[in-house]
Design a protein around this ligand. Structure first.
Ligand code: F6P
Length: 549
């Protein structure tokens, strides 16, 4: 099996990158007036402008040749048809089946999983309506007013990010809260104002073994039983979403109250399943379906559009271009829409847990940089924090700017200011300003030469910093579904190009295992510990303070 870096297209790109490192986007724009038309893609829910990258038509041709040599289309077919492309866990990867709104049959080991998905959706619908309409009663006969979703990682970030993003679409039926951290401060703060008679807990965990989630779930259970004096209250107040039914039942959750997850749904791709139950409870089931429809729209685009016009493919190729070939080490996600304030946190898991790896799917060490670290913050806030670095540091950080034509909460005068900045920033990052211009501008304001000599070098912006702009019409369940699916497929294509298994996460295991051992030692302070001197020193310091108190 060939190593990616020995592919013909890869080697051409390496040579091409040497040329392109000498190019400035200003020159590329002045040479080609059609750049925006050539390098943008319009989808029903958004416009993607990728013209502000250090690319030419030749770059795109070579990147597409790479995608072809890596058989992106073949892998896409393997994913959608349920082949076990999660090779290290020997699983299919079928989150797309969860939003297959055309309901085309899909057989996995003889079972039509479209039927299973539809019946899970029907169960979600009935449950959502019962709770939202107040027919589902707590142990004392009162209607549910608050939902507390307990989960972490993929069992939290997706639903919470979507709930936050779609707040304007929620009515007053229910208040939805999230608890993910094992730091007791979070659950204590969430529970403090709530009335146990009116709270519904959703314990979301694919494995139903995750320490943090189980710890929070046990605390919630104690809180409920302490208030109700009744173990049977659990049946009215606890729901589980899991692929491990036995563990949920052993925990004490009624079988009826368990929503199924399948092993072919990866945690970080699971918000489309019953893991999205808090979203449906918050918005109503119809809007949850709209979210699925938006994602399905992108699934169809991803499957049908030619690679040259395929937004997730292009985004993935650009990321490989910027990071692997041009050497960028991080990438910023910069939403200019308050509703997307959790998007970069969500994208960190989506991309870094998927592709933050350094062996190929054959288990061989890769000899090229893989994915960048992902970080970011809301538009305007970031401008007053780290944009200095984006504009003038000697590290180039490619950035995705995501904005909306219309605000979901129009307040007069605000949106235009926001969007003026949105457009200005990508322009400034691209064009920069050279010393000659800086000097001319300072002169025009009447500054003396001595001052100009001193300040001019500090005001130079080299520009040439790559950005993609994603302009949505408006954030809605449908457009948000499309945006998330766009990135999911981008991550998939990136994994294929880099020859990485995007669907496992072995890198989180080592720390988890050591934490379990250390936890036992913290519980039994007398037991002698034998770690490295740093870890021993830290644990001793911690325990000495505790035992002195
Ligand atoms: O952080 C590791 C991880 O396994 C994630 O991949 C997953 O989303 C999260 O933990 C939660 O896992 P579970 O849903 O099994 O509780």
């Amino acid at each position: 099996m060939s190593n990616r870096s020995s592919l013909k297209s890869w080697q051409s790109l390496e040579n091409h990158a040497l040329e392109m490192k000498q190019q400035h986007m200003n020159e590329l724009f002045s040479l080609d007036e059609q750049r925006f038309d050539k390098f943008s893609i319009q989808l029903p829910s958004m416009l993607l402008d990728y013209s502000k990258n250090v690319i030419t038509g030749k770059t795109i041709d070579q990147l597409i040749a790479l995608a072809e040599e890596c058989d992106v289309s073949g892998w896409r077919e393997k994913m959608f048809s349920g082949q076990r492309i999660n090779s290290t866990e020997d699983r299919a990867v079928l989150h797309t089946a969860l939003r297959n709104r055309k309901q085309t049959p899909l057989y996995l080991e003889g079972e039509n999983i479209t039927d299973s998905v539809e019946s899970a959706l029907s169960k979600m619908k009935a449950f959502t309506e019962e709770v939202r309409q107040g027919q589902w009663k707590g142990y004392s006969g009162k209607r549910i007013t608050d939902v507390v979703s307990i989960g972490v990682g993929g069992s939290n970030l997706g639903p919470q990010m979507v709930t936050e993003a779609l707040k304007q679409y929620s009515d007053d039926s229910l208040n939805v809260h999230y608890v993910s951290n094992v730091d007791g401060t979070q659950i204590a703060n969430v529970l403090r104002p709530l009335n146990p008679e009116k709270v519904l807990f959703i314990v979301s965990s694919k494995t139903f073994t995750t320490t943090e989630t189980m710890t929070n779930a046990r605390t919630a259970l104690k809180w409920l039983v302490a208030a109700s004096f009744d173990d049977k209250a659990v049946a009215k107040h606890f729901i589980a979403v899991t692929a491990n039914k036995d563990n949920a039942v052993n925990f004490g959750i009624d079988e009826e109250n368990i929503f199924e997850l399948w092993d072919w749904v990866g945690g970080r791709f699971s918000l489309w399943s019953a893991i999205g139950l808090p979203i449906a409870l918050d918005l109503g089931f119809e809007k949850f379906i709209e979210l699925l429809e938006g994602a399905h729209e992108i699934d169809e685009h991803f499957c049908q559009a030619p690679l040259t016009e395929n937004a997730p493919v292009i985004l993935a190729l650009l990321s490989v271009w910027n990071c692997t070939f041009l050497g960028a080490q991080s990438q910023a996600i910069l939403p200019y829409d308050q509703s997307l304030h959790m998007l970069s946190a969500y994208m960190q898991q989506a991309e870094m847990e998927s592709n933050g790896k350094s062996v190929t799917w054959h288990g061989k060490e890769v000899n090229y940089p893989t994915v960048p670290s992902i970080w970011g913050e809301l538009g305007i806030n970031g401008q007053h924090a780290f944009y200095q670095y984006l504009h003038q540091s000697n590290n180039i950080v490619p950035a995705d700017f995501i904005g909306s034509v219309e605000s979901v909460t129009p307040v007069q005068g605000h949106h235009q200011t926001l969007m003026a900045n949105f457009f200005a920033q990508t322009q400034a990052l691209m064009t920069g300003v050279d010393e000659q211009q800086v000097r001319a501008d300072l002169k025009a304001t009447g500054r003396v030469d001595e001052y100009i000599d001193k300040v001019a070098p500090h005001k130079v912006h080299k520009g040439n910093r790559p950005t993609n702009t994603i302009l949505m019409k408006r954030i809605s369940p449908r457009t948000l579904g499309s945006l998330i699916a766009l990135y999911e497929h981008k991550i998939f294509v990136q994994g294929i190009i880099l020859q990485i298994c995007s669907f496992d996460q072995w890198g989180v295991e080592l720390g988890k295992g050591l934490a379990n051992k250390i936890h036992q030692q913290l519980d039994q302070p007398k037991v002698s510990i034998n770690h490295d001197s740093s870890t021993n020193g830290l644990i001793n310091f911690y325990q000495n303070i505790i035992s002195a108190e």
